[in-house]
Design a protein around this ligand. Structure first.
Ligand code: SF4
Length: 743
């Protein structure tokens, strides 16, 4: 490599009328200009969120040296700050470049043979003593589908365990439960682009401008076109600021609000009776349930004026075309899946489904948050969104895998139920790929205690995450630009990810690692190839006839036509951007199902000792646990440290000033953070971003409480108190990022 540091390699002009998130300005650290004559561009999609923006990577001298706009995909060339900087992780000096094994209290460099032997010996010892289910697998929804498919197969065929699950458990599972119970299929019903046709767009618990920045254009354009936006969020996001109606809801109370809106819709005669009678079941039970929710009751529970609830319901109910979109704010609660079903009830009652601009959308957080829940790494699922409850599904998948259906392990359990088994000593080993539980799971002290007591903890990652620090074996895997594959974005658009370079040093493709482990476990005959095209073809065969049917999609089609929305059951099928246009649903009776919603209190209600509600979330510059983005200088510079956001009235009550060090205490522990005083949050609520590790990790405070159906953690509803830290510094340094120092 003969390059030298220069200006950023991102050259877009800001299109008029579009949010300016992609403007970089100044030098982006890690950018290189090169004199190499082999420079080429690789068309691909972003490493990060569920929008999956298209981009071109500039490659020269075996390195990814920059990013260029890509105009032929749904983002039309635009990228947010994360997308602009994503390429910088590829050749980052912190990359893991050789295996590590635990030696006493530390990790030391090892050969692949030694590391893999350590893994295989550990698995053999654990399973010989306690059976196959004593091992568990935990994957990620940022990996391409080929990897998620192979991981689920590796768990069930390579290890023979039923315990496989994924980090969408912290993301899309509440939406998934609601989608299955209401529609019989788990994907967004309407694409976000349907906002172009809607009259009323209601968005709940989604800080779209910061967490899905490129999608915000659809809301801005809807407003410009004259559509009405209703924003439900305890924080006044920049979307809430321009919405015609902002309902600053008390965290954890969404179902009460939605029930009350449906109450008003019914009372005011806005039910689409022909649709309800012809295409749904369960309306009468829902009508009886919401009769108990007049707006005045919801106003007390939700902390918003009854008149605003009436207005929102009237706007939504009287619209010809209305849409609901929601994200984690509504879902990260013990009521998460019920909140989502309450939102669907509102859409169904008003006949808003299956039409352009009329429907329901779930916005996925992770890059492959949709695809990661389609092909079998999720505990209750086989490839193609098939279910263990269907004997035909087991037979079909077993046939593709070449195993006896009787040898297929049964359905597993959500990872947080498996953690309870780990605490009881029933599960003693964990293979963890592409996720960082030490930062992302609730109640960090409990997470640490559990991971440290495992007999075998194996991590496959590209950086030495806070979780990898606890591992017995760390295997250096591949970054997103180092292997080929597909992802499904938030709109279920299957997008092609292309390989730009090889993994650095001795790091290997994740699929090679899984296949090699299977071979050493004596199961190699079931994993004959780690070539992504072979794995993709097998995955498509396994998905054929399932809900998430990819069998009509090929790499060649994606390269020629661009992203295709599943289901796509044949080579001449155009894909399915919008579901239910024929008003047929994927339920056993072909109808959409209403679900009556009982409202429970949040996981931890404030009291005299802990009087405030803590809600957590993301910032525009960082992604999930920050294991990738905290290392990228451009992003770390943009948002270098965390904070606790407090309303000025609340701050004054507790004697806290701007920038002061604040003790934030929950029933778990106390952490110290700098105060950021903002009028854009409810006075009874504080907010902490969750991208940083201890000593400032938000999840040191959160409670290990879960939605009883989806097992999503109740991240949005811990009870806390705040006080000025005695003698505390006025600024708090960010925690370190870890790197392998054995090189
Ligand atoms: Fe697009 Fe999301 Fe990547 Fe930003 S992080 S560039 S919005 S895919």
């Amino acid at each position: 490599m003969t390059g030298r540091r220069r200006r950023p390699h991102f050259r877009l002009e800001t299109p008029p009328g579009v949010a300016d998130f992609h403007s970089v300005g100044g030098r982006a650290a890690g950018d290189w200009e090169t004199n190499e004559s082999d420079e080429r561009q690789v068309a691909t999609h972003c490493a990060f969120c569920g929008v999956q923006c298209g981009m071109h990577l500039r490659v020269a001298g075996g390195r990814v040296i920059g990013v260029e706009p890509r105009m032929d995909t749904h983002n039309e060339g635009k990228l947010c700050p994360k997308g602009v900087a994503a390429y910088q992780q590829i050749s980052h000096p912190d990359r893991l470049t050789h295996p590590l094994v635990r030696d006493g209290d530390g990790l030391r460099r090892a050969t692949w043979d030694e590391a893999l032997d350590r893994v295989v010996d550990g698995i053999g010892r654990i399973q010989a003593a306690d059976g196959p289910d004593a091992m568990a697998v935990y994957g990620g929804a940022s990996m391409v589908n080929e990897k998620t498919y192979l991981l689920g197969k590796f768990a069930r065929v390579g290890l023979g365990t039923r315990f496989t699950d994924y980090n969408g458990r912290m993301c899309m599972v509440s939406a998934g439960v609601a989608n299955y119970r209401s529609f019989g299929i788990d994907r967004t019903a309407n694409p976000i682009t349907d906002l172009a046709f809607t009259d009323v767009a209601m968005v709940l618990g989604a800080n779209v401008p910061e967490t899905f920045p490129i999608y915000i254009r659809w809301f801005w354009e809807a407003i410009d076109r004259g559509a009405t936006v209703i924003c439900v969020d305890p924080r006044e996001t920049s979307l809430a600021r321009v919405a015609q109606l902002h309902l600053p809801i008390r965290p954890g109370t969404d179902a009460g609000l939605l029930n009350a809106m449906l109450h008003v819709v019914i009372r005011n005669g806005h039910v689409d009776e022909a649709f309800v009678a012809g295409h749904t079941t369960g309306f009468d039970a829902v009508a009886a349930a919401v009769a108990e929710w007049p707006p005045e009751r919801a106003a007390d529970v939700c902390g918003v004026p009854a008149g605003d609830i009436e207005r929102a319901a009237e706007l939504f109910g009287s619209a010809d075309k209305a849409m609901i979109n929601h994200a984690r704010g509504l879902e990260h609660q013990v009521m998460g899946s019920r909140n989502a079903m309450a939102a669907i009830n509102l859409c169904l009652a008003t006949g808003n489904i299956g039409r352009p601009g009329a429907g329901y959308g779930t916005i996925t957080g992770q890059g492959n948050g949709q695809g990661g829940r389609e092909h079998g790494q999720k505990c209750d699922q086989l490839p193609g969104q098939r279910h263990f409850t269907d004997p035909g599904a087991i037979e079909h998948v077993a046939g593709v895998w070449g195993i006896d259906p009787a040898d297929m392990p049964g359905p597993g359990e959500p990872i947080f139920a498996v953690l309870e088994r780990m605490e009881r000593g029933e599960v003693r080993g964990l293979l963890n790929i592409c996720s960082n539980p030490m930062v992302s799971w609730p109640d960090e002290a409990r997470t640490k205690r559990i991971l440290e007591t495992l007999e075998l903890y194996v991590v496959i990652d590209i950086f030495l995450s806070e979780s990898a620090l606890l591992a017995d074996v760390v295997l250096p895997g591949s970054a997103w630009a180092e292997s080929e594959g597909v992802v499904a974005n938030s709109d279920a658009l299957v997008c092609k990810i292309n390989k730009a370079v090889d993994p650095p040093g001795e790091a290997r493709d994740d699929m090679w690692i899984l296949c090699e482990l299977a071979r050493r476990l004596g199961r190699g005959q079931y994993f004959p190839s780690s070539d992504p095209r072979d794995v993709f073809d097998e995955m498509c065969r396994a998905s054929a006839g399932g809900r998430a049917d990819y069998s009509g999609i090929t790499y060649e089609r994606l390269e020629a036509e661009g992203p295709i929305a599943w289901p796509c059951p044949s080579a001449d099928h155009p894909g399915t951007p919008r579901l239910f246009e024929d008003l047929r649903f994927y339920t056993s009776d072909g109808r959409a199902h209403f679900n009556a919603i009982e409202v429970d209190p949040s996981a931890e209600e404030p009291d005299a000792e802990y009087p405030l509600r803590l809600t957590t979330g993301r910032t525009v510059a960082h992604y999930l646990s920050g294991n990738q983005t905290r290392r990228l200088e451009y992003l770390a510079d943009q948002t270098p440290a965390t904070r606790v956001e407090i309303h000025p009235e609340t701050a004054a009550e507790f004697g806290i000033t701007e920038g002061a060090a604040v003790n934030v205490t929950s029933r778990r522990t106390t952490i110290v953070l700098p105060a950021l005083l903002v009028k854009t949050i409810r006075p009874d609520t504080v907010f902490i971003p969750y991208h940083w590790a201890r000593p400032v990790a938000a999840n040191q405070l959160t409670k290990a409480a879960f939605d009883p159906s989806s097992w999503i953690p109740a991240y949005k509803t811990a009870a806390v108190r705040i006080e000025r830290a005695v003698g505390g510094a006025s600024t708090v340094s960010p925690p370190p990022v870890w790197k392998d120092d054995t090189r």
